[in-house]
Design a protein around this ligand. Structure first.
Ligand code: 5AD
Ligand code: SF4
Length: 442
């Protein structure tokens, strides 16, 4: 009998990919996805705990499902992702209406956990985090989700222990996936019509360094092997740690035509004393040097970044150094956050916490300036012809479409004929606004 599954996903691409995997696994047991939680037989909440705010969002959403249960809806509530891994058993003590708490390594057992929770009518916790965990080979089902672009997880976990970060505690030790499994998955996707692949992991640049399955392989080798698959139009990856950005990887941007000219390279802070206390293992000078060399290999590369403001002990001078990096590099986009304490992360115990109002004020200053820069960079595109990959039609008005440039900018344009997501075409840019470009088809 068909049953209904509702999945709510917070956080990063790793979680998005994990949610796809869970949907497919339950799909093999006659579940189909619904967009209405109150009709679901199983609800999965895939949580994020990277920052205080993200974890808070997860907690407030559990309350909604509690109310549904109180109204008499009978469904299995499974919580996974980083909040589940972090809080484990304690989550059940606080929220006894949850049926399954499972860490990211346990998602592959979801169908049997659901069956056990139904049979035994008691809550289950599956939060083992093993350093020997192997991501199972898994061929994606293309019936669900965007048909033309897909994520492939190439590694998981993190061994860097930045002092603000919870990831080493929620995703465990860094483990690379087998080279062969990744290529099999990529080849399968491309043979099914996928045009763009993004290789994902917490720190893809260190691919091959940890985990037997990928021993003696490097990230540039993996990029070249995936790019060689006939029919793949665009290749992307995220996310990267500056200390692991090698010359060989930079060279890939000059030599692999399908590798999109976009690099997400978090710098976090422009102050060396803050970087040291963050345990980032690079100086801002070496970061800027890598940016300059990357631009030599690929002058049109668009850079994006992550920035934390108000790390413990951040002075006005430290913050000015961060602003200076934003001026120097001129990022196409930046995700910026107020520092928040995270469980287990070392910086939670650091003295000299920055007052909330100072963090708020610094963040606003940073974001205002960054938006000006991003808009100015978009305006530079006006008059240029760029290749875009079609994403899909806008809901309204008719004949409006949107696509993405290789640099990952959204371009809206009109077209009378029917296009398919994944089509490549040339557009001349005629205007720019904060979040997108507008152009006409050539
Ligand atoms: N506080 C604020 N921002 C954080 N990030 C990670 N941990 C924290 C924290 N404790 C940010 C970093 C990272 C991004 C994914 O989230 O900038 O690159
Ligand atoms: Fe959030 Fe990090 Fe977990 Fe992704 S890995 S869900 S960003 S805490």
């Amino acid at each position: 009998m068909t049953q209904l599954l509702y999945i709510e996903t917070f956080g990063c691409q790793m979680n998005e990919r994990d949610s796809e995997i869970m949907a497919q696994l339950l799909g093999e047991h006659s579940y189909i996805q619904t967009s209405l939680p109150d009709q679901a037989d199983v609800v999965v909440v895939n949580t994020c705990s990277i920052r205080g705010k993200a974890a808070h969002k997860a907690y407030s959403c559990f309350g909604r499902y509690k109310k549904l249960k109180e109204k008499g809806h009978d469904f299995i509530l499974a919580v996974t992702g980083c909040v589940a891994q972090q809080d484990g058993e304690a989550l059940l003590e606080r929220m006894p209406y949850i049926d399954i708490v499972m860490g990211p390594q346990s998602i592959y057992t979801l169908p049997s956990l659901v069956a056990a929770a139904r049979r035994d009518k008691k809550p289950l916790v599956a939060t083992d985090l093993s350093a020997d965990f192997v991501i199972p080979p898994f061929l994606p089902n293309l019936a669900e989700g965007a048909p033309h672009k897909r994520f492939i997880t190439i590694m998981q976990g993190c061994d860097n222990f930045c002092t603000y970060c919870v990831v080493p505690y929620t995703r465990g030790r860094e483990i690379s996936r087998s080279f062969g499994d990744i290529l099999t998955e990529a080849t399968h996707l491309v043979s099914q019509g996928v045009k763009e692949i993004t290789l994902i992991g917490q720190n893809v640049n260190s691919y091959g360094k940890k985990g037997d399955a990928a021993r003696n392989k490097t990230f540039p080798e993996l990029l070249r092997a995936v790019a060689a698959i006939e029919g793949l139009q665009r290749l992307r990856f995220t996310t990267s740690h500056p200390k692991d950005l090698s010359e060989e990887l930079m060279r890939c941007f000059a030599e692999i035509p399908s590798l999109c000219p976009h690099f997400h390279l978090p710098f976090q802070s422009g102050s060396n004393s803050i970087l040291t206390r963050m345990n980032r293992k690079y100086t801002i000078e070496s970061y800027l040097d890598k940016v300059a060399r990357l631009r030599e290999y690929r002058p049109d590369i668009a850079l994006t970044t992550d920035i934390i403001v108000g790390f413990p002990g951040e002075t006005e001078d430290d913050f000015d150094a961060t602003m200076q990096v934003v001026e120097t590099v001129r990022y196409h986009g930046a995700y910026s956050f107020k520092y928040s304490d995270r469980p287990n992360a070392k910086a939670a115990d650091f003295p000299d916490k920055v007052a909330e109002e100072i963090k708020t004020e610094r963040l606003a200053r940073l974001q205002t300036r960054q938006e000006e820069i991003a808009l100015a960079l978009k305006q530079l595109e006006i008059g240029k012809s760029v290749e875009i990959m079609v994403e899909g039609a806008s809901k309204a008005p008719a004949n409006q479409w949107s696509g993405r440039t290789g640099t990952n900018q959204i371009v809206n344009f009109s077209c009378e004929r029917k296009l398919m997501p994944g089509d490549l075409l040339m557009v001349e840019i005629d205007s720019a606004c904060q979040n997108s470009l507008r152009g006409k088809m050539i």
